[in-house]
Ligand binder design. Structure first.
Ligand SMILES: *[C@@H]1O[C@H](CO)[C@@H](O)[C@H](O)[C@H]1NC(C)=O
Ligand SMILES: *[C@@H]1O[C@H](CO)[C@@H](O)[C@H](O)[C@H]1NC(C)=O
Ligand SMILES: *[C@@H]1O[C@H](CO)[C@@H](O)[C@H](O)[C@H]1NC(C)=O
Ligand SMILES: *[C@@H]1O[C@H](CO)[C@@H](O)[C@H](O)[C@H]1NC(C)=O
Ligand SMILES: *[C@@H]1O[C@H](CO)[C@@H](O)[C@H](O)[C@H]1NC(C)=O
Ligand SMILES: *[C@@H]1O[C@H](CO)[C@@H](O)[C@H](O)[C@H]1NC(C)=O
Ligand SMILES: *[C@@H]1O[C@H](CO)[C@@H](O)[C@H](O)[C@H]1NC(C)=O
Ligand SMILES: *[C@@H]1O[C@H](CO)[C@@H](O)[C@H](O)[C@H]1NC(C)=O
Length: 653
């Protein structure tokens, strides 16, 4: 008896000691009694900003995070795009610009907490909402559901990712205070509670019982219906023109107690090629932010800095409208990290509610106009096809998709022949709107037209039976929002010539980025001369040029912007780094941000351009231009008429 009694006293002692040590070790939780978060036992409210490390070169992470800290934010929010880290099944990349752990360490060193949004789906105007395109290997996969193939891939990825995140949880001495599960799931048609339950269990198993897990949905009871689930704290998102009372009432419907949280308070808005540049006034943002802070809400400003969709990473909305390379978002820090009037307006609001750090704000980085660079025409895609197709051609009766060809991004060349004489113009058409997304068509080496998803479904061709038809298909970015995210690329349905289905395809999967990096593109040899081209269109072709960073000017290289006057549409690389797509012919974006970190003072900087439609070289200088001023808001030729709203989130703007 007495031994037992002694033991229980000892246990009690242990519990007291242990309990005490819990009191001093880091903790972060939801306080349902006082409607707030609690950090280390103290009432806590975050004022956070979104920054996506995947849209900013690593060299600039620190600068951008410092600017966020100096604005008075105490936290940042970031997505982890699955497809950025697992481009090929089972092959993970967490190095260089993809080193998310380094990003988390920087944030912590600077004094910022982190709200982590690891998906698996992230939306984010990012290709396929962050889901890897190879999930479509199972053609009828139901993404964001309990589909066993989808779940198996998610489990494997999260089994890789989450253990690396666990040491960065606040409880474990790191900066991560909360972790979001899925994203705006209530806006997706599947409404599969078993899927959300599975994710909850998975995140709990990987991250432990303590961490605050949460969901984010549009601020409407209908979104929260499928988006929120027992065990995950429900938060909402809405922009500056929403009725704050009504929006938080929606959150209260799902979460009667606990902190008010707007996980995405829109500081600006996204763009689409061919539509006006989005701008939201600082005054409107500042006023709404102030109202939210006044009711003690936790707020994350989406975006605080948007950055750039380098390479092929942009997403698209449905009906198909691709987002441009810039993700400036009219955010308080510009695409290039510049301090804006909105930055200072937001800082002034934050200052009314909490302490803003003293001391100098890192200045806007200077931009340099390196001037014009003369470009030289190299091979066309057709003449370089053997060089560009590392794996060699694939043949099939009907066209295969990018997925069938194991290619996620970029371009595939589809080749067949005319099955009969077309002495009169004969329509080459995509009756099922299956050109995803844009196709550059030539017959016997003569450019004849461009097909475009939802816009141009037919082009007339002439030629004899047996003439070679080449169709270079560009993937312009996968749909990232809504029911159409299973967005297959390439020729996803048959093409017709007149009433006849074209067959007998040869397809070349093109490794253009690798060829550019390895410097494999040469000049057109005289034996490869193209036949004469029509006046307004030519074969997709490569161009190169170089420029030297001038001597004797301090602090070079500096950031710059590149514009392509007179060029139509294409892709541009500098020193092998894929800067993204340019499309001044469509707008509104005209200049591309060029971070100094990709420039070299040790050697000439090599520029490669792939122009898809036609170069300006026959009627004006064959140049591109490096300038110090961005243009993201050029007038667009025609505002496409949208049959329905692109984004249901606009209901709350
Ligand atoms: C991993 O990603 C980094 C940053 O984008 C890139 O530089 C590197 O080449 C990638 N590594 C591999 C093996 O693909
Ligand atoms: C905002 O919503 C609340 C609650 O639904 C409502 O009472 C109020 O009138 C609304 N305010 C405005 C300006 O519409
Ligand atoms: C694509 O990859 C799959 C699985 O690795 C393989 O079976 C198939 O042959 C590949 N297809 C092509 C066209 O390379
Ligand atoms: C197609 O045109 C060529 C050249 O004009 C001609 O020689 C040939 O007979 C034609 N073929 C058919 C099937 O009409
Ligand atoms: C194709 O040619 C036909 C006949 O010449 C013409 O009626 C039609 O408008 C043309 N279509 C296109 C898309 O150019
Ligand atoms: C462009 O590429 C060609 C062929 O590889 C090469 O000879 C030339 O030096 C390059 N020009 C520049 C400016 O880099
Ligand atoms: C540009 O290409 C030239 C020729 O291949 C090479 O010597 C030089 O190092 C390259 N410049 C950079 C910055 O990589
Ligand atoms: C684009 O933005 C700049 C800077 O705000 C402004 O001066 C210019 O008038 C705008 N251009 C158009 C076409 O809206």
């Amino acid at each position: 008896m007495s031994v037992l009694r002694f033991n229980s006293v000892f246990l009690l002692l242990l519990v007291m000691m242990f309990g005490h040590s819990i009191g001093t070790s880091p903790s972060f939780s939801v306080d349902y009694e006082n409607n707030c978060f609690r950090k280390d036992g103290e009432q806590f409210r975050y004022i956070s900003g979104s920054i996506h490390y995947s849209r900013i070169p690593r060299a600039y992470w620190k600068d951008r995070l410092l600017k966020m800290y100096m604005a008075g934010l105490n936290a940042i929010q970031t997505y982890i795009p699955w497809n950025y880290h697992e481009e090929t099944p089972g092959q993970y990349n967490f190095s260089g610009d993809r080193d998310v752990e380094y990003f988390l360490k920087l944030a912590q060193d600077i004094g910022l907490l982190v709200i982590l949004r690891p998906g698996p789906y992230i939306c984010g105007e990012w290709d396929m909402g962050g889901l890897p395109a190879w999930l479509l290997n199972k053609k009828n996969i139901v993404l964001r559901s309990s589909d066993p193939d989808y779940i198996a891939a998610v489990d494997k990825w999260m089994g890789k990712l989450l253990p690396t995140m666990k040491p960065y949880l606040y409880q474990n001495g790191g900066p991560i205070i909360t972790v979001q599960v899925e994203n705006e799931y209530g806006s997706y048609f599947t409404c599969d509670y078993n899927y959300m339950r599975h994710l909850t269990k998975l995140f709990r198993a990987q991250l432990g019982d303590e961490v605050v897990l949460f969901t984010t949905d549009g601020a409407g009871v209908n979104y929260l219906k499928c988006g929120s689930i027992q065990g995950l704290y429900a938060t909402v998102d809405f922009g500056p023109s929403a009725n704050i009372t009504a929006a938080f009432a929606a959150q209260r419907h799902a979460e009667p107690y606990g902190p008010l949280v707007n996980s995405e308070f829109y500081t600006g808005w996204l763009d689409h090629w061919g539509s006006r540049h989005s701008v939201v006034s600082s005054a409107v943002v500042a006023k709404s932010l102030s109202h939210m802070l006044a009711v003690e809400a936790n707020v994350n400003l989406y975006m605080f800095i948007g950055g750039s969709n380098f390479g092929y990473w942009n997403g698209a909305n449905s009906p198909y409208a691709a987002q441009p390379t810039s993700y400036d978002y009219d955010a308080p820090l510009s695409e290039a990290g510049d301090l804006t009037e909105k930055y200072f307006a937001i800082r002034d609001v934050i200052r009314m509610y909490s302490k803003v750090p003293e001391g100098p704000i890192p200045p806007t980085t200077p931009k340099y106009a390196y001037g014009s660079v003369t470009m030289q025409k190299l091979q066309t895609v057709l003449s370089a096809v053997e060089t560009l197709s590392f794996s060699g051609p694939v043949k099939s009766t009907y066209p295969q998709t990018f997925t069938d060809l194991n290619q996620s991004f970029g371009f595939v060349l589809y080749r067949t022949t005319l099955p009969f004489n077309c002495s009169q113009p004969t329509p080459l058409s995509s009756p099922l709107n299956g050109v995803h997304d844009r196709a550059y068509v030539s017959v016997d080496g003569v450019a004849v037209g461009v097909l475009e998803r939802n816009k141009v479904l037919s082009v007339n061709v002439t030629g004899n039976a047996g003439s070679q038809v080449d169709i270079l298909v560009e993937n312009m970015g996968r749909i990232n929002y809504g029911k159409d995210i299973n967005d297959f690329k390439g020729l996803v349905s048959n093409l017709n010539l007149g009433q006849t289905t074209l067959t007998g395809w040869t397809m070349y999967s093109l490794s253009i980025d690798e060829a550019v990096r390895q410097g494999l593109l040469g000049e057109q040899s005289p034996t490869q001369r193209d036949p004469g081209q029509p006046a307004t269109l030519s074969l997709p072709a490569f161009y190169n040029g170089s420029f030297i960073i001038p001597d004797g000017i301090p602090d070079l290289p500096q950031d710059t912007y590149v514009k392509l006057p007179g060029w139509k549409k294409g892709q541009i690389w500098i020193n092998g780094f894929n800067l993204g797509r340019y499309w001044p012919a469509r707008g509104p974006q005209v200049t591309l941000f060029v971070p100094a970190s990709i420039l070299s003072t040790a050697a000439p900087n090599n520029v490669t351009v792939l122009e898809l439609e036609t170069d300006p070289c026959s009627y004006q200088p064959c140049t591109i231009e490096f300038t110090n001023t961005p243009i993201l808001n050029a007038t667009v030729l025609s505002q496409p008429k949208l049959h329905r709203r692109l984004f249901t989130k606009e209901d709350f703007l």
